[in-house]
Every structure is written in structure tokens, then in C-alpha cells.
Design a protein around this ligand. Sequence first.
Ligand SMILES: [Fe+2]
Ligand SMILES: [Fe+2]
Length: 252
Amino acid sequence: MRKIIHLSDLHVGYPELGARLEELVTRLIYHKTPATNYVVVVTGDLVEDATRAGSYTAAAGQLDRLRAAGFTVLAVPGNHDYGTGTVASRDYVARFKRCFFGKAGGTYPRLDIVDGVAFLGLDSMAGELNWYDRLFAEGELGAAQLGRLERLLRRRAVRACSHRVVYLHHHPFHPKPFHQLKDSEGLERVLAGARIDVLLFGHNHDGRVWNGGWGIPRVYDGGTSTGKAGYPAPHRVIDLAREPAFDYDARL
Ligand SMILES: [Fe+2]
Ligand SMILES: [Fe+2]
């Protein structure tokens, strides 16, 4: 079974972080071999300011280096990927998919089954793109996406997987003013009873462990993998074949 490397909040475009990501990717390529043993999950805020020309290309170039080395790379958008971080625009939804998934179409949740493990990626900005709530850094999955998630989790192919990993940008249940996931209760209801093994997210830059939250054994805040503004930068490696106590920070 492949191990998971959780990255988050790369914020490429913020001073020095592009270079730091390049170094992080180089270390991953040299230290985590064979790369085909790993799935890298990036939980949003790949760029600092999506409105700045070239920021997507710089971040995508580094993820492409990982893919070329043999890693499977999965990503979902954060608030900074759809605008400046506090003002978001619908225009970036298709652009993000084109740049980071290699295709403009498809909907969220994004489902990937890798070696019998189901990865379900959510867009926690999906309900935040209306004119009346596209400000601030809050998140909302929206009823439509939650409905799709519920149906996906009931699908035979997903239920038959050995593990289910859900990943999104916003913290699912830690309320921080102007940063919360507004439909947190809806997500909790959909995930309850669906035997979720791992819940990964970023956004708060705290890097904390919330294992056991919502009854899920592994609940991780990825912090900011490039260490934006000195915030915690855990590079967690998750081995689903072992107990959560064996997960570790690779300190790349
Ligand atoms: Fe962030
Ligand atoms: Fe964020």
C-alpha cells in the first residue's frame, strides 16, 4: 500500500516560498524512493495570489517535477488559489483544474482510487463564489457537493476500498473567525458512518494533530509546508498499514 505525504499551503509567490518549494520537491525526489510508493496530497493554497500572472505555472511546474519522478500527486484548491486570498472569483475554477489536474472538466469531489485506497478531494471554496460571500477566507462546500460526496461514499467501489481519505483546504471543525467552514455540520453528517480513515486539510497554518475528531483516526492540519511567515511546516508521512502513532514528520 502506498504511503501518503501531506503537503499544504505552499503559497508560491510569497517571498522565498517558490525557492523553498523547489528545494522541498528536490528533497522528496531524493529521499522518498521509490516515488511510486507515495501519493502526495496537497490541501490548497498552492499559490499566494492567483491574480498575479505566472503564479499557477510556477507551482504547477514543481508538482509536475514530482509526477515526472513517479509520485502520484493530488491537489485541491484553497482560497488563495481562486483570487487574492480574501476576494475570490469563479473564473479560477476551470483554470485551476486545467493547470493542476491537466483537464478543465470534472466536478468535486474528485475521486481517485489508488491501489485500493479511495481519495476524495473537496473544493471548500465551491459555495464561496457568490457575489454576497466571496469575501474573507471562509469556506463552504455547498449542498450540491455534499450530496455528490454522500453518493460517492455509498458507491460500491468506494466502500470496497481498504481505506478512505478525505482532503480539503479549510479546517472542517475548528471555528476561527472568518476562516471557518460554514457547512461543517453537513460534512460531519455525510462522513459519519462512512468509515473515513484520514481527514487532511490546511488553511489555518497551525500544523496541529486532531486525531479522533469526528471519530476519524487520522485528522491532520498540514500547516504550511513551505513555512510561510514562520508557521509550522510538518511534512507528514502517513502509513495506512500501521497505527497512526507511527506517522511522522519527514522534516524535509
Ligand atoms: Fe494558507
Ligand atoms: Fe487558506
